[in-house]
Design a protein around this ligand. Structure first.
Ligand code: 9WN
Length: 409
């Protein structure tokens, strides 16, 4: 629909703060890591130069150790909590102290392939920075094998039931008073609860107290879980980075080693009782026992698994619109509470890439149609109730507009 294409481009332009794009006005006033690379993918459909700038601005927040933080605080804004002072990372520009799903290399590859001539010099400049980030993931977060997260926010799927077993061991009772801002922007019943927030802050305070020392956080932090989402996203991103390196004539053997090691770790996130890929508490070995949409990124990572095909069809058929963030047939399914059930167009767009790449064209078309229907009916919302299609969370959302331009529309 042509008028929606124009609306989507307008959303990207209006959320542009000069070199970077906020996820949505008000609720999220900073540059978020994975949101930003989706924004870049969307920009690339009408302004390739602006797409590269988005990613370059994101990497301006990269730490010396290679980590690209989950938020870059380019300018202070009281509308979001926790802001730069609470994180206390002492970086310039100011940033949070954790990372987020490494979708960047995959999206950079797409942007590059849309106009290789215009992008070559910019790719060459960005490439070593992306390699440094992937090295950080391999050395630090993948030390146990699969990709692990030290904070639910690092997964990008904050209050997903995937993290309940790990969060149960976090003491949130001593964090002191603080004022949430998110519930002033959107319906509180669609957001994570107070016990979740207390624990989010407790984990943050541990990181700040140890000076954001990653070795200490990995060894003794209050939360450490294997994340199927980042495992699959990183595996795919390693391969895309290899392709980009080859395009530049670089030696990619180090990255190939990381990809092989990560692929070898994939069986370690297979929960035989659940019959699915699953999150796992690294400290206790406890499985999450939850089928989340992140597990359906196996195809996106180039992995075939007939049991997962069957699980995906089951959870998909149990709702009306798209693939929900958490199993609709599980007791904890909550169709409007953030990552505990809603359908997220952005995650569905990644699942769709996997469906397409693996030749499942009919499924890919169905997923696109269901996602497009939600957006056509209600607009560019952050997420949707997968049962009745109610729009949820923030409106005029950057990554929903971006995936409309690149995929759903
Ligand atoms: C914390 C910006 C971000 C997304 C995440 C989503 C949400 C933040 C929050 O918003 O997380 O990082 O405050 O809820 O869960 O995926 O990147 O859109």
């Amino acid at each position: 629909m042509t008028h929606l294409n124009e609306t989507a481009r307008d959303i990207l332009r209006k959320n542009d703060r000069g070199g970077y794009t906020v996820p949505t006005d008000g609720l999220y006033p900073y540059q978020w890591n994975w949101d930003s690379v989706f924004a870049a993918w969307g920009f690339a459909t009408f302004d390739n130069d602006r797409a590269w700038t988005e990613v370059e601005t994101l990497f301006s927040g990269q730490w010396d150790d290679g980590m690209v933080p989950h938020i870059i605080f380019h300018q202070s804004d009281p509308g979001y909590f926790p802001g730069p002072d609470v994180w206390g990372t002492n970086k310039t520009p100011q940033t949070s102290g954790i990372s987020q799903p490494p979708v960047a290399a995959t999206m950079v590859r797409k942007i590059y392939e849309m106009d290789p001539e215009a992008g070559r010099a910019r790719l060459a400049a960005l490439y070593p920075r992306m390699v440094a980030w992937h090295r950080w993931w391999h050395d630090v977060r993948c030390a146990p094998g699969p990709a692990c997260i030290t904070h639910p926010w690092e997964s990008g799927r904050d209050n997903c039931p995937d993290w309940d077993v790990g969060m149960a061991n976090v003491d949130g009772s001593n964090v002191g008073p603080y004022q949430r801002r998110d519930t002033g922007h959107v319906d509180a019943s669609m957001r994570p609860g107070k016990e979740d927030y207390d624990r989010y802050i407790a984990i943050l305070q541990f990181g700040k107290a140890c000076g954001w020392n990653h070795a200490e956080i990995m060894a003794n932090g209050p939360f450490l879980m294997a994340d199927p989402g980042i495992t699959f996203i990183l595996l795919r991103a390693h391969r895309d980075l290899i392709a980009l390196g080859q395009e530049l004539g670089e030696d990619v053997s180090e990255i190939t080693g990381w990809a092989d090691a990560l692929e070898a770790a994939v069986p370690s996130i297979w929960n035989p009782d659940l019959g699915a890929y699953d999150a796992r508490d690294i400290r206790t070995g406890t499985w999450a026992n939850n089928l989340s949409s992140a597990a359906y990124l196996f195809l996106y990572a180039g992995i075939e698994n007939p049991d997962m095909d069957a699980q995906m069809q089951r959870t998909w058929d149990a709702v009306t619109y798209g693939i929900p963030s958490s199993d609709p047939e599980a007791a904890h399914f909550d169709p409007r509470r953030y990552w505990r059930g809603p359908m997220w167009p952005v995650v569905n767009s990644l699942i769709a890439l996997g469906l397409k790449d693996s030749g499942r064209d009919a499924d890919e078309a169905r997923l696109r149609r269901e996602t497009a229907t939600l957006i056509e009916k209600s607009g560019f919302y952050e997420y949707f109730d997968p049962v009745d299609g109610t729009p949820c969370g923030g409106s005029n959302f950057t990554w929903t507009a971006a995936i409309w331009l690149t995929w759903a529309g």
